[in-house]
Design a protein around this ligand. Sequence first.
Ligand code: G3P
Ligand code: CA
Length: 318
Amino acid sequence: MRVPPATLLPLVCLLAACGSSSPPPEPESADVPDTVVMDDAPGFAPLATDQVIVAHRGASGHAPEHTLLAYDIALEMGAEYIEQDVLPTVDGELVVIHDDTLDRTARGPAENCTGRVDEKTLDQLKTCDVGSWFNEANPDRASDDFIGLPIPTLEEVFQRYGNAPEIKYYIETKPNQENDDSVERELLRLIVEYGLRDGAVNNRQVLVQSFIPTSLTNMNQLDPEIPLIQLYAAGATVTLAAAAQYAFGVGPNTAETNQQLVDQAHALGLAIHPYTINSTEDLEAVAALCVDGIFTNFPDRYRGVLTNNDYGCAAPIR
Ligand code: G3P
Ligand code: CA
């Protein structure tokens, strides 16, 4: 399995069962080989019959969202996919952060770490700490290891985790302008540069998701083979037939998720991955609908639900 940096192992071991450890791999250089070989066998190899565990913003119930530490912990806990929300900086880099603005999760110089992400340069954003807020919000789960964690770029995420088949990325696009496909172009460039396109096309190693249909159709025009997930906000009509024209699957809010929707999606050949479901009780209820996967802040809980129950579902679309 992917081994987190040695300095983080005590924390990860506190949160998840740890197996044998070996020295952590160094982040890949920008000169990425065709195939990255993991230095350890995967500890939680998913079966083709498993629902897919999507670590929502990483293991964000345990560590600050969209930090490399949250992704490390997610993988240690058996997540199949690590999720990234990507936003463009003013100088055209893709950074991994959920909100359009910095104020909720960033701490640091106000001129750099408040306001809109797309009005900052990457250099400005790199002065921000996106770990400390978690300690403020979750004193019961606080850790000194979270203080000072930086905003990663998507490229840094790809450099760290590479393109070995065990690593899967679930990337949400949030372009800041209509009629502008620069976010999708940069995302596709990085997918290709880091040797992830073949895995995406043949094994859904990368899924590109968005609430914004034009972002997905932009991506579809740039590369029709990249698998896409159409998201739906709470209360929005889930337009399955339209999505089936370009998407591999759909991501409804949990409020709209029921057996009829799951069956309708499957009848159209669409995978269905509801978001964001966190309690064990809710995870059990949604898994029992025979969804194909779930976004959760607690991949360990979902892993436990799938391990401890047999819902008699047909093999998921994956
Ligand atoms: O991408 C699925 C889920 O993450 C959508 O909600 O707001 O957390 O990005 P949000
Ligand atoms: Ca998201």
